[in-house]
Structures are given as structure tokens and as C-alpha cells.
Design a protein around this ligand. Structure first.
Ligand code: AR6
Length: 177
């Protein structure tokens, strides 16, 4: 019997990552895992103060790595927050793209260790960290598609229309080869 292989379904939505009905939500954190602005601020507000306490116990998280905690007060079915630290954009010549690829890959490895089937990602590093949206969208789609994972559904959540358009475009390009 040929092995059909595992296939991750990738979808793109525009919205708030704290309102996604998935098993695990990824946040674009900093190395302290204590919370911050942007999507990380939203995730920490929704999960409650225990998220920072749990983050502090497992920190630091290096750029490109990912660490899970419980999701605390995030609404069901969300059970886990996967904290990943994206690269700070310094012009592109300092390995920023490789670090961003690693964020997606490591987050999905952690998701596999947790046994989760659905994961929502924000557009890691494209806010405060300044990574160009177009290139980040291409990396998000290609890194997820290339991942060797048991996760069945990856939802790429854009907060703004520009990011939504970039992710939609790169997903379409990927699917049509
Ligand atoms: N849901 C989905 N996406 C969101 C939300 C939300 N509720 N809020 C913002 N975004 P950023 P970074 C988008 O700056 O660049 C923090 O202080 C946002 O529009 O959150 O990786 C951390 O603690 C953008 O498209 O993350 C770190 O110190 C994307 O999320 C630092 O910022 C990422 O923007 C991480 O910076």
C-alpha cells in the first residue's frame, strides 16, 4: 500500500488570534515570555496573569525556538499557548529568514509533542520586529507546508488587510505550484 502521507491543511483568515477555535495558539513573544505588546499583549490579556507566571518558569526562549504553556483563560477548545520568538529585522543579512523559518518549524514540533491537531499562527515578527510582510508571508506558507508534522490544520491569522492579502497570495501560489 502506498503511504498517502500526512497532509497539513493551511488556511488564511483575517481576525484576532485570541478568538480562534483551535487546540493551540502561537504567540509572537520575547525571550522573557512575560508578555509584551501586539499579538503577545492580546494573548496575555485573554489568557490572564497565569500565562506570564507560567512563561517565567520556562523562560528564556531563544529566537527561533518555541516553548508551550497552558492556555489558562483562553476560551475552549484552546488548550495550549506556544510561545515563539521571532527575529528582529536588521536588513535581512543577519539570518533573519532562517530564524523565522525555525519559529514555524519549532512551533509545529512543539505542537506534535503536545499531540494537538489544529494550530493558529500570527504573522510572527512582522509588527514590532519589523520583518517585511511579503517575505514573512512567503516563509509562513512554505515553512508550514514543508513541515513534517501530525498537525492537521494550520490557520494563519492576519490582523490587517495587507498581511491577509500577502498570506492569501502566497498560499494560492503554493497550492497552484
Ligand atoms: N491577533 C492576531 N494578530 C495580531 C493581533 C491579534 N490580536 N494583534 C497584533 N497582531 P507583533 P513581533 C499582529 O508586533 O513583530 C511584543 O511586544 C500584528 O498586526 O505582535 O513578532 C512581544 O512581546 C502583526 O501583523 O509581533 C515581542 O517583544 C503580527 O501580529 C515583540 O512584540 C506580529 O506583530 C514581537 O514582535
Amino acid at each position: 500500500m502506498p503511504d498517502a502521507g500526512r497532509m497539513v491543511t493551511i488556511e488564511v483568515v483575517q481576525g484576532d488570534i485570541t478568538r480562534q477555535a483551535v487546540d493551540a495558539v502561537v504567540t509572537a513573544a520575547n525571550e522573557s515570555l512575560l508578555g509584551g505588546g501586539g499579538v503577545d499583549g492580546a494573548v496575555h490579556r485573554a489568557a490572564g496573569p497565569r500565562l506570564a507566571e507560567a512563561g517565567a518558569r520556562v523562560a528564556p526562549c531563544a529566537p527561533g525556538d518555541a516553548i508551550a504553556t497552558p492556555a489558562f483563560d483562553l476560551p475552549p477548545p484552546v488548550q495550549h499557548v506556544i510561545h515563539t520568538v521571532g527575529p528582529v529585522w536588521e536588513g535581512g543579512g543577519r539570518g533573519e529568514a532562517d530564524v523565522l523559518v525555525s519559529c514555524y518549524r519549532r512551533s509545529l514540533e512543539v505542537a506534535d509533542e503536545l499531540g494537538v491537531r489544529s494550530v493558529a499562527f500570527p504573522a510572527i515578527a512582522t509588527g514590532v520586529h519589523g520583518f517585511p510582510v511579503e517575505e514573512a508571508a512567503r516563509i509562513a506558507v512554505t515553512a508550514v507546508a514543508a513541515a513534517d508534522t501530525d498537525v492537521a490544520l494550520v490557520r494563519l491569522v492576519a490582523f490587517d488587510p495587507e498581511t491577509h492579502a500577502a498570506l492569501t497570495d502566497h498560499l494560492h501560489r503554493h497550492l497552484t505550484g
